[in-house]
Design a protein. Structure first.
Length: 308
């Protein structure tokens, strides 16, 4: 912008945005925005005399450009140079994600919780949840699933270790963030026979990171009791998740669930693809990223105000 503000009110009058509004608009949390500024000089905001960060409209556009490169698998440390090049390269290396995924795989194989935690924490400080989910966690889960199918010994131990770590890690994040939000939560419920559904927790994490409070039921409950939970919790929407085909009794009860719930109901995970042609009245999403996108399109992640 040509005009340079001198204080907080004049900056707002010129269209600058505080960091919390930029985070809401871009999906990049304040911790990550500050890390991009300090470590890489990617987006340097105006600072008020009291130290508040304010972002000009063109800086918000630059953040969107950064996200475009990150979605292509580029490491955050390479983005500044790419933004300054007049002709972007045709091919790019995604070695940073391969290295990080391998480090986490090694930690899972050794049940090394601290090193697994440290690797994820480093990535989480630099990348928004959507990028982490697309470039790291979903590929990591796919690779682990392949590994566990081929592993003659130790597969169950690795599964329990990793899924327990993921649930604990994301659950702590949800607990912390939920305390900052008011408004009706989005209720997520497992509908599979598995003890742990990592995709359910990824859905909850992405939705919560978008500024929406969430509540998670990670064991399947009968449809009648799910209706009761909807009655008691009064959520803005209900997300059902399963990585397996739904059991026949549940499929037959879903129309009754839809009738009883005066809120949108979404089925997410591989079950959404398996049953796409036979279930009517449900919104469908094949994976956590598509679930978050569908809920955003339906306007169900909006108006989740922060607590004062």
């Amino acid at each position: 912008m040509s005009d340079t503000p001198v204080d907080y009110p004049s900056a707002l009058a010129l269209g600058y945005l505080p960091i919390r509004d930029v985070a809401r608009a871009t999906g990049v949390n304040p911790v990550t925005l500050r890390a991009w500024e300090r470590r890489y000089g990617l987006v340097v905001p105006f600072r008020t005399p009291k130290g508040h960060r304010l972002y000009a409209p063109e800086q918000v556009q630059r953040i969107q450009q950064v996200l475009t490169w990150l979605n292509r698998g580029v490491a955050v440390g390479q983005v500044k140079e790419l933004l300054e090049q007049s002709t972007p390269p045709e091919t790019l290396s995604n070695g940073v994600w391969d290295e990080l995924r391998q480090a986490m795989l090694n930690s899972v194989a050794r049940q090394a919780e601290r090193s697994l935690d440290e690797a994820f924490n480093r990535a989480q400080s630099l990348y928004p949840p959507q990028i982490l989910c697309r470039q790291l966690l979903l590929p990591l889960l796919a690779e682990l699933d392949r590994r566990w199918r081929d592993l003659p010994f130790g597969a169950q131990l690795e599964q329990v270790f990793f899924h327990s770590w993921l649930r604990s890690k994301l659950g702590a994040r949800l607990y912390h963030d939920n305390r900052q939000y008011n408004g009706a939560p989005l209720l997520l419920a497992s509908q599979s026979g598995l003890y742990l559904e990592p995709g359910l927790w990824l859905c909850a994490w992405l939705i919560n990171s978008a500024g929406c409070p969430v509540q998670v039921l990670d064991w399947a409950v009968p449809t009648s009791e799910l209706v009761q939970a909807v009655d008691h919790i009064a959520p803005r929407a209900l997300l059902l998740y399963s990585s397996q085909a739904l059991a026949a009794p549940l499929r037959h009860q879903l129309p009754r669930l839809l009738e009883a719930c005066a809120i949108p109901v979404l089925l997410a995970g591989p079950a959404a693809t398996i049953h796409a042609e036979e279930l009517h009245g449900l919104h469908l999403a094949a994976d956590p990223l598509l679930a978050e996108q569908r809920l955003r399109e339906l306007g169900l992640l909006e108006d989740a105000p922060c607590a004062s």
